[in-house]
Design a protein around this ligand. Structure first.
Ligand SMILES: O=c1[nH]cnc2c1ncn2[C@@H]1O[C@H](CO)[C@@H](O)[C@H]1O
Ligand SMILES: [Zn+2]
Length: 359
């Protein structure tokens, strides 16, 4: 079996995927028709450059501008349910068995939905997806950096109504260059007081001080991206010693210029030095990627072995925001499937591939 096929059938998780970054052109056409809205084109190919970043995207700000195009179509309960369902459907195509889909409730209120409504509808869509595809699907509510502390406090408050009922955590996303994490201490203090797990985008468009702020002051148990961790030795050691997982999203990180190029992409160094790395898609639609592609890139560009790929996958299971009993069950499922596939605990799978008469 060739590597790309094997990577596709391996059971996987995606811990960092934005709902509004998943919208396929076909879905956009359907949403526009349902809502009586017009689009500049109804041709799938012609819509791609409008929803997906171009090759030479200069920075995160430009990357984020793509979301402006799809958000007007995501302002109804039906649209949120449908796109949440499709996020699970797309995950199923790549054998993802557990997904945490994140979205920013306050970006979906233009037609009068309440913050609670938006979360409710996304959870409904995920539940339907879970029932159809057998993928455990949970939601993360995002606070946006360009919103005020008061607005973001509302998001945390609403999230607290759904914790344990489909919602597993809260996040902070958006323009990291203009809005450092420290502006939101009060927001994440509330989340901590309410016992809501926290992940925060940090060390993507700004340096490691945001990673330190997120992990130490804001109580983040995971870091979104954190790819610029290697710019500060002390913070690097801190994240390693505290075993705080990074949600790396390789293609997205290259596109937003968080890292200058594949030659400088630090995932193998991080892995070798004991940082807990997980691999995720960020925005399959905007980035034009999927989770199989992300793992494929790791094998091609950095020589990750199949054994190391399974370690990355199991890091994701371990880093999930599921309660302990559900996490243990998920881990057992993964170990069982990996064992059946003959790839669990292999130290030299490349040799097995060569020996395999069907290989
Ligand atoms: O990689 C990223 N870094 C920071 N913010 C992001 C990234 N991807 C998406 N969003 C932001 O999160 C919002 C809610 O999903 C999106 O609308 C986009 O503005
Ligand atoms: Zn993200």
């Amino acid at each position: 079996m060739d590597m790309s096929r094997l990577l596709k059938i391996l059971p996987k998780v995606d811990l960092h995927v934005h709902l509004d970054g998943c919208i396929k052109p076909d879905t956009l056409i359907k949403l526009a028709n349902d809502q009586g809205k017009s689009l500049p084109s109804y041709d799938t190919e012609e819509l791609i450059p409008l929803v997906q970043v171009v090759e030479d995207c200069p920075n995160l700000t430009e990357y984020l501008s793509k979301f402006d195009f799809v958000l007007p179509f995501l302002q109804t309960g039906e649209a949120l349910e449908q796109t949440a369902y499709e996020a699970v459907e797309q995950a199923h195509e790549h054998n993802i068995k557990y997904i945490e889909v994140r979205f920013a409730p306050l970006l979906h209120r233009e037609n009068g939905l309440t913050t609670d409504d938006t979360i409710h509808h996304v959870i409904e869509g995920l539940k339907r997806g879970e029932a159809s595809f057998g993928i455990k699907s949970r939601v993360i509510a995002i606070c946006m950096r360009n919103h005020t502390v008061e607005e973001n406090l509302q998001v945390i408050e609403a999230a607290s109504h759904f914790i344990g009922h489909g919602l597993v955590a809260v996040d902070l996303a958006g323009d990291e260059t203009s809005f450092p994490a420290a502006l939101f201490r009060e927001v994440f203090e509330l989340a901590q007081n309410l016992n809501i797990p926290i992940t925060i985008h940090a060390g993507e468009a700004a340096g490691p001080s945001n990673i330190e702020e997120a992990a130490i002051r804001l109580g983040a148990q995971r870091i979104g991206h954190g790819v610029r961790l290697n710019e500060d030795k002390n913070i690097f050691n801190l994240i390693r010693d505290q075993q705080i997982p990074l949600e790396l999203c390789p293609t997205s990180n290259i596109q937003t210029k968080a890292v200058s190029g594949w030659d400088a992409y630090p995932i193998k160094d991080y892995y070798d030095q004991g940082i807990i790395c997980t691999v995720n898609t960020d925005n399959p639609g905007v980035s034009g990627t999927n989770i199989t592609k992300e793992y494929q890139l790791l094998t091609e560009k950095f020589g990750f072995t199949l054994h190391e790929i399974t370690v990355l996958i199991l890091n994701g299971v371990e880093a999930s925001f599921l309660p302990a009993d559900e996490k243990a069950a998920l881990k057992r499922d993964f170990e069982e499937i990996l064992t059946t596939l003959g790839v669990y605990d292999l130290t030299d799978f490349s040799k097995k591939l060569q020996d395999d008469p069907n290989g």
